[in-house]
Ligand binder design. Sequence first.
Ligand code: NI
Length: 162
Amino acid sequence: MAIRAIRIIDEDDVLRKHARKVEKFDDRLAELLDDMAETMRAGDGAGLAAPQVGVLKRAVVVDAGEALIEIVNPELVSSEGEITVIEGCLSVPGRAGRVVRPEKVTVKGQNRKGEDIEVSGEGMLAVCLCHELDHLDGILYVDKMIADATEEMRQRNGGEAK
Ligand code: NI
């Protein structure tokens, strides 16, 4: 496992590209997913998508505080409700914004072995899933935010926006 360099908004076009479907469920994919989880944790993030480490593959990891979830080739199956939350992103350091997201979502995809999986989540898990899925299509939360929340986040964190 290794921590990979996180690509930063406005510095790297890779964040704005469409990621490609994963076809090979091999050791390289397993290593990518392991590294993504380690990189996410090192950055104290709640999710990470492969383009954020410069790899244009449709793979995400999410940990909204319950367990690590890995989804390869994720697709949104259904969504319900609406919540407004404050989001940050490891690729948008030092900033935060208010975003409207579904309250509940179901996502289908595959695990690292290529087996079909389905993940349902609500609240922060639903938010994280939507945020990471957007990354695979080159969309960042700043494209969707309805208000900047950097100052609010800074006050909550005692001076520092994560
Ligand atoms: Ni992000």
